[in-house]
Design a protein around this ligand. Structure first.
Ligand SMILES: NC(=O)c1ccc[n+]([C@@H]2O[C@H](COP(=O)([O-])OP(=O)(O)OC[C@H]3O[C@@H](n4cnc5c(N)ncnc54)[C@H](OP(=O)(O)O)[C@@H]3O)[C@@H](O)[C@H]2O)c1
Length: 247
């Protein structure tokens, strides 16, 4: 039996992942939501899914989540930090303080502040695999050609922190890896594409056609989770082929 934790499982990739992971009834899936998700709630019909509430942008919520997590499971084998906001559609000069703050608090600080609540439970497992959902938008070297500055910078910060964490825990048999899921047709992706396309329906349709479904993405994540091992600790990879993404 494997115990999984999926942070941010109310919709999109996280929901598809919780669904895929919980199909194996011998495994247990702890899935988080920040507000009630009907679709995630439906998964609890499978008795191996437990929902915990968590808003990663709220320190009180993080502390309460930590307590509930300890009361729910003795150990966690594999944790996936998936939650994020992706609302940035502006270049730096047009990005508001509110947008910088929302992306940084949720995407950069959120996983970093939640991780210490999960760490003691990972130490109780021999598997100790931890995955953080990043994005090529957070690559400083590769620079995506779209004005998603607040989102990209927040993921670059996440990449830095996770790489540091992987080094700081080296020798303790962890596998800590940043994942780029590819282009995935979720509400967040579709909303950003609509704004960036600015009414160019051909462009918008082209971008949407490039995207894989959350279900396909979840299958690729499952394969990645299985394949990635301690020797991969500290890497930033795309899930489609586990090739490196530049930091
Ligand atoms: N889709 C893509 O093409 C793509 C590409 C590259 C990277 N990614 C990354 O993949 C991950 C999933 O993205 P997605 O496309 O599936 O997005 P999504 O459908 O918007 O799902 C994001 C998840 O994060 C949760 N979340 C947001 N803010 C939160 C907070 N403050 N506290 C707790 N949970 C919070 C959302 O909960 P609510 O339902 O409450 O909002 C939702 O469950 C993200 O890390 C994203 O950056 C996606």
């Amino acid at each position: 039996m494997v115990t999984y934790l999926v942070i941010g499982a109310s919709q999109g990739i996280g929901l598809a992942l919780a669904d895929a992971l919980s199909k194996n009834r011998e495994d247990k899936v702890i899935a988080t939501q920040r507000k009630e998700s009907t679709e995630l709630r439906k998964l609890t019909e499978r008795k191996n899914v437990v929902i915990l509430n968590l808003d990663v942008a709220d320190q009180k919520s993080i502390a309460e989540f930590g307590e509930k997590l300890k009361a729910t499971v003795d150990s966690i084998d594999i944790a996936i930090f998936n939650s994020a906001v992706a609302k940035a559609t502006t270049p730096l000069l047009e990005t508001t303080a509110e947008s910088w703050t929302e992306h940084f608090v949720t995407n950069s600080l959120g996983p970093v502040l939640v991780y210490p609540q999960v760490h003691p439970l990972l130490l109780k497992s021999d598997i100790r695999k931890v995955f953080f959902m990043s994005s090529t938008a957070g690559s400083i070297q590769e620079q995506v050609p779209y004005p998603v500055d607040a989102y990209g910078a927040s993921k670059a910060h996440l990449n830095y922190s996770v790489r540091k964490l992987s080094q700081e825990l080296a020798g303790e048999h962890f596998t800590i890896v940043l994942l780029h899921p590819g282009t995935v047709s979720t509400n967040a992706f579709n909303a950003v594409v609509s704004i960036l396309a600015g009414g160019d329906t051909e462009l918008e349709e082209g971008a949407r056609n490039m995207a894989i479904t959350p279900e396909t993405c979840a299958q690729q994540i499952l394969a990645a989770i299985k394949a990635l091992e301690e020797k991969d600790n500290g890497r930033f990879v795309q899930i489609s082929d586990l090739e490196n993404v530049s930091f």
